[in-house]
Design a protein around this ligand. Structure first.
Ligand code: PEP
Ligand code: MN
Length: 338
């Protein structure tokens, strides 16, 4: 860390700071400039107590951390990209770009099974579908709950697709983990740290959505909770953030792919459906995401989008999804992926 002293800092202030820096286990190096003095405190910031409290000490202008605050998710800790084993034929983060597809919400057996069969036929490997739904209004459809989980398990048996579904509450961690192959942590819960810990402890792979107003550093730190709780199987999912723009439901931050690929070894998933909130933009955003290095896509598909019980405007029809898969193929190949 770097401690910058105020121009008028006294020798007494400086002596007290040097003693405190040493007491906390760092090696201080004093650099005297023309106008002010800077102390470099050498030591691992993640192994010693933080020096940030020194910012309140007499004579200190500010304290600047040098190291990143996350460690286990960082590429420094793990230079090779992580492979997330989901089922025997689904490994995320390897050469294959996996497509996760299915309805926003599980509504009925017929709706889910017809979607599952169609997306499997078109080449998806993971079935998505919410059984517990985080809805903005309490009067909107909240999901079928355990009945929805059972339908997802049935669809998995019939199609061989793996299942990703949202975990909304830490009290349901064991229940949802019993049915899911991947636990989705939703945007509204991405900094619910007790939920993250409960999800990690199930041992299932976790897909962590980005919060609506979350900085990438905060997202990486939320992901750190999964790895710090002894679960190495984490993927990040960008689903759009809140901005001033109203042409799309959210602003899908594709730049996050490029940033995450420099910062973390964990796979990156893109959700263009929540990202745009419009079915007509899903194709273009999916192509862009694949070209930029996304490891998987999460796409909402419904047999009759206009009658969907949630997110009707952004779900692709079965035909629309099949077209997307065909048009995506050259982009996947051009990105050097399968
Ligand atoms: C969803 O995937 O349907 C969903 C609710 O996602 P998010 O948490 O990103 O809004
Ligand atoms: Mn949705």
């Amino acid at each position: 860390m770097i401690v910058v002293l105020k121009p008028g800092a006294s020798k007494k202030d400086e002596r007290a700071l040097l003693a405190e820096i040493k007491r906390l286990g760092y090696k201080p190096h004093v650099m005297r400039g023309v106008a002010r003095t800077v102390i470099g405190a050498v030591g691992d910031e993640r192994q010693h107590k933080s020096l940030e409290a020194l910012a309140a000490w007499p004579g200190v202008e500010n304290v600047i951390p040098v190291q990143k605050r996350y460690k286990l998710v960082s590429l420094e800790a793990h230079p090779a990209n992580s492979l997330i084993p989901v089922t025997t034929n689904v490994v995320i983060g390897g050469p294959k770009v996996h497509i996760m597809a299915g309805p926003c919400s599980v509504e009925s057996e017929k709706q889910l099974l017809s979607t599952a069969e169609a997306v499997a036929k078109a080449g998806a490997t993971v079935l998505r579908g919410g059984a517990f739904k985080p809805r903005t209004s309490p009067y909107e459809f909240q999901g079928l709950g355990e009945k929805g989980l059972k339908l997802l398990a049935k669809a998995r048996r019939e199609t061989g697709l793996a299942v990703v579904t949202e975990l909304l509450s830490e009290h349901q961690a064991d229940l949802v983990a019993e049915y899911a192959d991947i636990l989705q942590i939703g945007a509204r819960n991405s900094q619910n740290f007790q939920l993250l810990i409960a999800a990690a402890r199930t041992g299932k792979p976790v897909m962590l959505k980005r919060g609506l107003s979350m900085r990438i550093e905060e997202w990486l730190l939320a992901g750190e909770y999964i790895l710090a709780n002894e679960n190495p199987n984490l993927m990040f999912c960008e689903r759009g953030i809140r901005t001033f723009e109203t042409a799309t439901r959210n602003t899908l931050d594709l730049a996050a792919i490029a940033v995450l690929k420099r910062e973390t070894h964990c796979p990156v998933v893109i959700d263009p459906s929540q990202g745009a909130g419009r079915a007509d933009l899903v194709m273009a955003l999916s192509k862009g995401a694949v070209a930029m290095g996304a490891d998987a896509l999460l796409i909402e598909v419904h047999p009759n989008p206009s009658e969907a019980w949630s997110d009707a405007s952004q779900q692709l029809s079965l035909e629309g999804f099949s077209r997307l898969m065909t048009e995506l193929r050259p982009f996947i190949a051009a990105a050097g992926r399968e």
